[in-house]
Write a protein that binds this ligand. Structure first.
Ligand code: PLP
Length: 384
């Protein structure tokens, strides 16, 4: 599969037809256990659902192929994937250096769940290479980044960061949820591991929760696989199957998400009610050139800073009709959110706090003109 283009891999990797019936779609193996041919006589290694399930294996093969990785593991949620990765790699006394604009749940996991077990976390503006170098300690085991970041769409040069982190002996983890592997493949840029909330673009239809860790090589696989097996936060067969189905249209969807978000960002730039547009596809974005080099499209996420402050931002988030007010992102339908009280409420009062005049849009694949008309009527309501 590795010699095929992305769109082909997304449809075929791990998706062999069922040999017993010829069903073109691999079945959902909705089973908890597997009959053994005598004690220890496992068929294709399958023993018990927490250890492995063929539907999950099929998704894991597909995920590894998408990111150009050696292997992948699929979990019940993005945070379950992050947790297994972190517990698999870290020991008490280790330090994690985190970008200062990441999903609030990642910060919460590190500072409230793992900190009591001796893991220290600090945050830094990763695009500032001097600050990055100064923040890496002898104990720094992991440098963790999102690019584009959530929710301010900051861009980090993955190749440059990886060189700096590797020189200091740290492992680089990229949360590739916002870009998806259709637009950015961090392992090819030197990163060691990729994580995903597959709940988002990979699933793509807002109907399943899931997460993944993708491995650039086999160094960390057994440690994380052990966490998955020993703790059991695996994706259920139906959830794995739904994610697999979503992935098959990822390449197409990401093109339309990106095109729609670009149109909205350009429209937003001209509106006096909006003082700042956070979108890497705009030439005015400080990370535009880097994003242009390391991504093959700018993605479907953008944030808007409202000129009239927090009250206007809250009112705008409640005034749209096609853009539904909800957490999450990456589905075919457009969503609007108010990060400081929704997705990022857990980081209020921390270095990751989101400006209170910011709304975040997950731009869907509806007609762009309809989406702009909806945002327009939302802004018009503010002045009434
Ligand atoms: N990473 C990013 C960038 C996210 O936006 C999210 C969820 O919003 C997560 C990780 C966590 O994923 P999940 O909600 O599937 O646990």
């Amino acid at each position: 599969m590795s010699d095929h283009a992305f769109a082909t891999r997304a449809i075929h990797a791990g998706q062999e037809f069922d040999p017993t019936t010829g069903a073109i779609i691999p079945p959902i193996y909705q089973t908890s256990t597997f009959v053994q041919d005598g004690i220890g006589g496992l068929r294709n290694g399958y023993e018990y659902n927490r250890a492995a399930n063929p539907t999950r294996s099929s998704l894991e093969t597909q995920l590894a192929a998408l990111e150009g990785g050696a292997a992948a593991l699929s979990f019940a949620s993005g945070l379950a994937a992050e947790d297994a990765l972190l517990r698999g790699l870290l020991k008490p006394g280790d330090h994690v250096l985190l970008g200062n604009d990441v999903y609030g749940g990642t910060y919460r996991l590190l500072t409230r769940v793992l900190a009591p077990w001796g893991i220290e976390t600090t945050t830094v503006e990763l695009a500032d290479t001097d600050a990055l170098r100064a923040s890496i300690r002898p104990q720094t085991k992991i440098v963790w980044l999102e690019t584009p970041s959530n929710p301010l769409l900051k861009i980090v040069d993955i190749e440059q960061l990886t060189e700096i982190a590797h020189a200091a002996g740290a492992v680089v983890v990229v949360d590739n949820t916002f870009a998806s592997p259709a637009l950015q493949q961090p392992l090819a840029l030197g990163a060691d591991l990729v994580v995903h909330s597959t709940t988002k673009y990979l699933g793509g239809h807002s109907d399943v929760l899931g997460g993944a860790v993708v491995f650039g090589d086999d160094r960390f696989f057994e440690q994380v696989k052990f966490q998955q097996f020993a703790v059991g936060a695996v994706s259920a067969p139906l959830d794995a199957w739904l994610t697999t189905r979503g992935i098959k249209t990822l390449a197409l969807r990401m093109r339309q998400h990106s095109e729609n978000a670009q149109a909205i960002a350009e429209w937003a730039q001209s509106r006096p009610e909006i003082e700042k547009v956070f979108f890497p596809g705009l030439a005015s974005h400080p990370g535009h050139d880097i994003a242009g080099r390391q991504m093959s499209g700018f993605g479907g996420m953008l944030s808007l800073g409202l000129t009239d402050g927090p009250a206007a931002a809250r009112a705008f988030a409640e005034s749209t009709e096609l853009f539904q007010l909800a957490e999450s992102l990456g589905g075919v339908e457009s969503l609007i959110g108010y990060p400081s009280e929704m997705t990022h409420a857990s980081v209020r009062g921390t270095p990751l706090a989101v400006p209170e005049n910011v709304v975040r849009l997950s731009v869907g694949i509806e007609d762009a003109a309809d989406l702009i008309a909806d945002l327009d009527q939302g802004l018009a309501r503010l002045s009434r």
